[in-house]
Structure formats: structure tokens, C-alpha cells
Ligand binder design. Structure first.
Ligand SMILES: [Ca+2]
Length: 85
């Protein structure tokens, strides 16, 4: 399947990973998302992306922050902008 995730998919993914049900992901929950997506990021890469995604530096990934990092990785719904160049 080559279907690109939609916003609903992102919400579902976020909700499934949000084990605490507090509408934000900690590093462990963020790691679950990556596992679900089948991404083979190393622990260091995961930590690095988590910290980049945590725009307000509160130690958690909100849905807005989650969506932003997913978009930056090309998984957002809708047409992707042409890669820069
Ligand atoms: Ca945050």
C-alpha cells in the first residue's frame, strides 16, 4: 500500500501511542510511534528528533508538535511540498 497517512491517521497514531492519555507523548511513547511506523531510528536519533520536535521544551510532544515532525518526515496528509532545491 502506498496510501499516505491522513490527519486522521496521525490522530489515531498519536492516540494509540499516548498510553498516559494526557494528550502528549513522552520519549517512551514517542518511541512506540516509531516502532509502529517501522522506523529503524537508533536511540540517539530518536532522542535527537524528540528534542527537535519538542518545540516548547516541556519534555513532551503535543499533537501539534507531533504533526510538525511527521510533516517534516513526509508523513502528513495532503500533498507534500516539493523538496527544497
Ligand atoms: Ca512540547
Amino acid at each position: 500500500m502506498t496510501t499516505r497517512p491522513t490527519e486522521d491517521d496521525l490522530v489515531a497514531l498519536f492516540t494509540r501511542a499516548d498510553l498516559g492519555g494526557d494528550q502528549r507523548l513522552d520519549l517512551m511513547e514517542f518511541t512506540l510511534v516509531l516502532d509502529e511506523l517501522g522506523l529503524a531510528w537508533t536511540r540517539a536519533e530518536t532522542q535527537d528528533r524528540f528534542e527537535r520536535a519538542d518545540g516548547n521544551l516541556d519534555g513532551y510532544i503535543s499533537f501539534e508538535e507531533f504533526r510538525a515532525i511527521m510533516e517534516s518526515q513526509g508523513w502528513a496528509g495532503g500533498p507534500l511540498p516539493a523538496a527544497g532545491a
